[in-house]
Design a protein around this ligand. Structure first.
Ligand SMILES: *Cc1c(COP(=O)(O)O)cnc(C)c1O
Length: 397
């Protein structure tokens, strides 16, 4: 996604709604994580899904400057977007890739694929043999130790690694796996997965194969247990300043990087008994002053929060009223004295002493904060605030 090109302050001041990204918070979070990692452990910043909705290029640039050394993406297209922006760091594609087009793109953009099966390894090998490619492509062997998602069965790790090792165009750059329950206070399943990972590594080494790098931990496992850090951790959520689990909130000083803001575009007074928005699901219990806010479900504000969410205006919490519509929603501004059209409303973020977090929304909606932050649509421009706290005037993508 393109970051808003901020030619002058007017460009973003004129927006009805936007996502504000605090690059200083991202930088802080990366430094906190790097400081916490076991000595010699590298940090891969997971920037898939447009950096969890934060804007991949601005995030990647910031986290690399702050100490991350690898980037993780889900798709080839996401990797190309980073390379087109001039980012040179190694990029691992966490998702599956198979087609000739994908493999061509991987080689020409110097991306590094995940390999999950012997069949996939052979497809890569055949294609690389058929083109003029005289290098060894670094590949990352993914093992399924209990997530039942991508990856070769951990019990087949030895045979699989040996096959890849014997293919002349492929070079094993790392072996990795992924946890299913690292955010749970009950570590039983995580420990079982870790045990399987260790056995798989032993099988591979027993065949005389050297593994340059091992990695296993997502954010939750990184915060939870230093034993799981290995040569690298793959952190997503924590980079963005959120904690994977409530019991981890006292670990490190992470700061959420994303805020969602919109403007009051119209103010009116309605009399007692007046219905508000589609279906009149809210009826004014008294005379009220209401503000119409220029953001709606097409921007990613979940409609199921209608009549149930608060927003922040002038440092105070006020209620959202009536059904949230596609592009607009209404709020009760009766408690506020001097609000004018153009006033900024914070839907997620902080104003004064008050804050509303992605975890608050996730709890209300019975989901996880990952889904909340990924949910803001591209119609909302991403406006970045530089590491120096100033609105970033140079951000182009
Ligand atoms: C998304 C992802 C991560 C990052 O997970 P977080 O919980 O956001 O830290 C790490 N590894 C893999 C394989 C992933 O798909």
């Amino acid at each position: 996604m393109k970051m808003l090109i901020v030619q002058d302050t007017y460009a973003w001041f004129s927006q009805r709604a936007w996502v504000e990204i605090d690059l200083g918070a991202l930088s802080n979070n990366v430094k906190q994580l790097v400081g916490f990692l076991s000595p010699g452990t590298q940090l891969m910043a997971v920037v898939k899904a447009d950096a969890y909705g934060h804007g991949a290029v601005a995030v990647a640039t910031t986290v690399l400057a702050a100490g991350a050394t690898w980037l993780g993406v889900a798709t080839v297209t996401e990797g190309i977007q980073l390379r087109e922006a001039g980012i040179k760091a190694p990029i691992l594609i966490l998702g599956a890739t198979h087609t000739p087009e994908q493999i061509h793109a991987i080689t020409s953009w110097q991306l590094e694929p995940t390999l999950c099966s012997p069949g996939q390894a052979l497809i890569f090998s055949d294609l690389l043999n058929s083109i003029d490619y005289n290098y060894k492509l670094p590949v990352h062997i993914k093992l399924d130790t209990g997530m039942s998602r991508l990856g070769a069965d951990w019990q087949q790790a030895g045979e699989f690694a040996q096959l890849v090792q014997q293919l002349p165009r492929l070079h094993i750059a790392s072996v990795y796996s992924h946890f299913a329950t690292a955010d749970s206070p009950d570590t039983t399943i995580m420990e079982q997965q870790h045990g399987r990972f260790q056995q798989a590594i032993a099988q591979i080494r027993a065949r005389g194969i050297k593994i340059p790098s091992l990695h296993l931990a997502n954010s939750a496992a990184t915060l939870g247990d230093k034993e799981l850090h290995y040569d690298m951790v793959r952190a997503g959520l924590a980079i963005y300043g959120l904690y994977p689990a409530a019991h981890q909130r006292n670990h490190l000083q992470l700061r959420p990087a994303l805020q969602v803001k919109a403007r009051i575009t119209h103010i009116k007074t309605i009399s007692k008994g007046t219905g508000v928005s589609y279906g009149h699901k809210f009826i004014a219990p008294r005379e009220m002053r209401i503000g119409v806010v220029g953001i709606g479900y097409a921007d990613g504000v979940p409609r199921s929060l209608s009549n149930q969410m608060d927003v922040l205006v002038q440092g105070q919490r006020v209620k959202q009223i009536g059904m949230i519509t596609m592009d607009q929603l209404m709020i009760d501004i009766s408690p506020l004295v001097e609000v004018e059209e153009g006033e900024i409303v914070t839907l997620l973020g902080e104003q004064g002493e008050e804050k509303i977090t992605a975890d608050d929304w996730a709890n209300q909606l019975n989901t996880i904060s990952w889904e909340i932050i990924c949910g803001f649509k591209h119609r909302l421009p991403r406006v970045s605030i530089g590491v120096d706290g100033k609105f970033d005037q140079k951000e182009k993508k």
